[in-house]
Design a protein around this ligand. Structure first.
Ligand code: ADP
Ligand code: MG
Length: 250
């Protein structure tokens, strides 16, 4: 589903992602760990067409990020094409970024109707199913400000799912939540993983990674230091940098 080869990204003269190779199979859950500033968010943004790579390639579902291949030649995508590709990827951020002036239901139907040109009734019906799935069937007509952080984040996940993405990216989805609200969001993500969704999750929730991830990838200073099963990377890390990080967060 995701294949990154030699990905580099710098901001000005500051290299942030320094040669990342990584693959995520269909249905796989990859948890991405690493210290603050190691380039995790930047790498997710690269997958999601929000950054232009300085070197390397990323394929999502076989298609090159940023380019169209025709007759063996590469053509840079236009903004509208990039937007269309991006709409196949769901992204959930630390800050929920719901539209404050729209109800919960409207938050879920806005993009499918406007970007995908779906019939409103169809988008609404699926939205109601998704709200039920994240435990918020009774909040369809509420406004985001009346919801707790955990509820807002569950709405954000349902909103992303209502675009029927083939891949979900999560960037520290529980980091802004009060501790007692973290569990309800992780439960939704756990159910999504069990349903077979392909997910890349940047998180500091080590227990979640141990339980849900197929692969744990540890990044530091713009590179992948270590990647493998949770049992190995979390239980018996090989690299001193992984060991030092885990000693701090566990
Ligand atoms: P992480 O998510 O692992 O904490 P980031 O990808 O957010 O790391 O950031 C990696 C580095 O890139 C940091 O030093 C950060 O300051 C820098 N950076 C991130 N985004 C930008 C940007 N838009 N412009 C300039 N520097 C940035
Ligand atoms: Mg980050």
């Amino acid at each position: 589903m995701v294949e990154a080869v030699g990905v580099h990204k710098r901001y000005g003269s500051n290299p942030v992602v320094k040669g990342i190779d990584l693959t995520v199979a269909q249905g796989e859950v990859m948890c991405l760990l690493g210290p603050s500033g190691s380039g995790k968010s930047t790498f997710l943004r690269c997958i999601n067409h929000l950054e232009k790579l300085d070197a390397g390639t990323i394929r999502v579902a076989g298609e090159l990020v940023g380019y169209r291949e025709r007759n063996g030649r590469l053509h840079e995508l236009k903004d509208a094409e990039i937007a269309a590709r991006r709409s196949d990827i769901g992204m959930v951020f630390q800050q929920f970024n719901l539209f404050p002036h729209l109800t919960v239901l409207e938050n879920l139907t806005e993009a499918p109707v406007r970007v995908r040109r779906e019939k409103a009734a169809v988008a609404r019906e699926r939205a109601r199913e998704l709200l039920a799935r994240v435990g918020l069937a009774d909040k369809a007509d509420a406004y985001p400000r009346s919801l707790s952080g955990g509820q807002q984040q569950r709405v954000a996940i349902a909103r992303a799912l209502n675009m029927r993405p083939q891949l979900m990216l999560f960037d520290e989805p529980t980091s802004a939540l009060d501790p007692e609200l973290v569990g309800e969001v992780l439960d939704v993500m756990r159910a999504l993983a069990a349903d077979g969704m392909t997910m890349v999750v940047v998180t500091h929730e080590i227990a979640f990674a141990r339980e849900v991830a197929d692969t744990v990838t540890f990044m530091d200073d713009g590179v992948v230091v270590e990647s493998g099963s949770p049992a190995v990377v979390l239980g018996a890390p090989q690299h001193p940098r992984t060991q030092a990080f885990l000693a701090k967060v566990l």
